[in-house]
Design a protein around this ligand. Sequence first.
Ligand code: SAM
Length: 259
Amino acid sequence: MNDRHQHRAKKSLGQNFLIDQNICRKIVDALDPGSDDIIIEIGPGQGALTEHLAEVGAQSLTAIEMDDSLADRLDEDYPDLNVVRCDALKFPWASLNNEPCKIIGNLPYNVGSKLIWDIVSQVTTLQRAVFMVQHEVALRLTSQPNSKAFGGLTAWVKNFCTTTYLFKVPPTVFRPQPKIDSAVVRFDPLPINQWPEDPEKLSGLIKILFQQRRKQISTILKKRWSPAVEAWFDQEGVNPKSRPENLTPEQFRALSKCI
Ligand code: SAM
């Protein structure tokens, strides 16, 4: 993008811009973009990833940017780009569900987890997503049960996608430099017939359990305990005194059906 050095980065919008072309290329390659693809980029900023995405000549390339001054410049620099000026947190993700699509973004740190929570569960036609997030969030997204990093976000996301930790990105490749490391994660959706039948119930259970993650599950669910719940723990061979992080993503889903 022209005059990129004149833009004053807004901390409130998590504006840490990538300046390393090799990293940008690696992130875009991870999406495996092709000319038939419908691609959506979240937070294009000064176009670091957009530039590489535009080279692919995808069927359509849309960029969701909340900063109007950056959106105006993207409009000028990339005539074929559909620039949507909005808060990605309010974007109607289900509106993408007419056709297969791929989503990419170096996500603003403060909204990354929430965006991922919504996208993986609402975009039923998602083919693949690649997001750069805080390193710690990347570890959470890709962690296994029984580990400290396993949390509500992990349990939720893994009911919709497999997640792959791709690579770590140091602060030195951004301007301005963030204080923490970042990492890139790939999301490959599970077949739709393996998605939760009742996502609301699942999200309710995950939120209840991880609000008190240090307690035993039987204590957290005391008020909701029933013969069906008891039977579920027996059948699964899960100790009711386990902590939330000891359940697998599939077990959260199965348990949510009994509650
Ligand atoms: N993609 C660019 C890059 O890698 O250099 C910029 C990444 S920067 C970490 C995040 C971008 O997301 C900024 O351009 C910022 O203005 C935009 N942004 C922040 N919050 C947003 C939101 N809620 N909705 C849409 N865009 C947002």
